[in-house]
Design a binder for this molecule. Structure first.
Ligand code: AKG
Ligand code: FE2
Length: 370
């Protein structure tokens, strides 16, 4: 009898829930992407609606077929991006005590500093080999120019934590310059997303007056073991994410295609990597892809040990107002089906809890915000 070899699978975790996908090769391979498309975003600023529509058609195809694309010519100042990376590198090089003053365990929304191996997206690993700093929407930080909203919980209290030590004084203004630039670009991108979904450009404006947003600055030291992971395979659970990554000579960020093959996302200077996340997949009735991705800062077997490079990245996560109610867009619904409505903030909390429970059950690792 001829024994059939076991199907090889690639494993990942989606919001703490384990998933696996067969690795398909040869005749069994499906049509899927083998690279991440590059889209010239300059038309986002064009006064001509037809230019913006043409851009939206490209963006829509990438969101459907890949869930990831490079945004080139996005208009965010390159010196600002370089300056933020410099500040992020300086921040992670600070004394441990200065970073621990803002440990994320001290806040409800896990804002602040996260230490090495404290995050654990893939329970099959010893933890994420990274340290990070998370900030986000905060109605009390004057840099955000927001007025506390009495009908929302805790908008008159700080949500962020900032280091108070003088050696870290450079960090907050640098992060805020980046945050505000990314927020402005995200609002434009959201209008392109609306066009790509055959909606009026301003369709999402009313639910994004005080959006849920985060910047996470991340430092991935070089891995010495291939079984480690910088961030375990996952999907993001906001609407969409923009990532700026520092240069490494080998691709550290990888995206999983439908055949279970990891597709590298090479460093492209000053570009953003845009990815659709779970909530936008949900709102589009699954038409857009929230694609599994991971980071492995491992130089590969071909390199001598110790030759790895430090990697830094600065994901910006975007979602609508925490009190917005959303569901599958009306024109994308199937007849006869009923659709649940979600409060954006509650959806987040639910996802957070799934993650937290999964990790705590294992008795190791901590929760993840996205
Ligand atoms: O560091 C990166 O390139 C991506 C990080 C990421 O996937 C995340 O924080 O959700
Ligand atoms: Fe991610």
């Amino acid at each position: 009898m001829i024994e059939t070899p076991p199907t090889p699978y690639v494993h990942y975790h989606d919001g703490g829930i384990p998933g696996r996908r067969p690795i398909l090769k040869g005749a069994s391979a499906k049509p899927t992407f083998t690279s991440v498309p590059k889209i010239d975003m300059q038309r986002v600023y064009s006064p001509s609606l037809s230019d913006r529509q043409a851009l939206a058609a490209e963006v829509g195809a990438a969101c459907r077929d890949v869930g990831f694309f490079y945004a080139v010519n996005h208009g965010v100042d390159e010196d600002l991006l370089d300056g933020t990376f410099d500040a992020v590198k300086r921040y992670f090089a600070l004394e441990k005590d200065v970073k621990m003053e803002c440990h994320n365990q001290k806040t409800e929304k896990f804002r602040g500093y996260e230490g090495f191996l404290e995050g654990k997206l893939d329970p099959g690993t010893r933890g994420d080999l990274k340290e990070g700093f998370l900030m986000g929407e905060d109605f009390t930080d004057p840099e955000q120019n927001l007025t506390p909203l009495p009908h929302l919980p805790n908008t008159s209290k700080p949500r962020n934590q900032w280091p108070s030590h003088p050696s870290a004084a450079f960090f907050r203004p640098a992060i805020y310059a980046y945050y505000n630039a990314m927020l402005s670009f995200s609002r434009r991108l959201l209008q392109i997303f609306a066009l790509a979904l055959d909606l009026p450009e301003d369709y999402f404006d009313a639910i994004t007056t005080h959006p849920m947003t985060n910047v996470r600055a991340v430092h991935y030291p070089p891995q010495t073991s291939p079984s480690d992971v910088g961030i375990g395979a996952h999907t993001d659970f906001c609407w969409f994410t923009l990532v700026c990554q520092s240069r490494t000579s080998f691709p550290a960020l990888e995206v999983l295609n439908a055949n279970g093959i990891w597709i590298p996302v090479h460093h492209e200077p000053h570009t953003f990597i845009v990815n659709i996340a779970d909530f936008l997949k949900l709102v589009t009735g699954g038409r857009w892809a929230s694609t599994v991705h991971r980071v492995r800062n491992y130089p590969g077997d071909s390199k001598e040990e110790g030759k790895g490079e430090e990697r830094y990245s600065m994901p910006f996560f975007f979602s609508p107002n925490e009190d917005a109610k959303v569901s599958v867009l009306p024109h994308l619904r199937e007849e006869g089906k009923t659709y649940e409505e979600f409060v954006v903030g509650e959806y987040f909390q639910k996802r957070l809890e799934v993650d937290r429970t999964t990790h705590l059950k294992k008795g190791e690792g901590r929760r993840r915000v996205y």
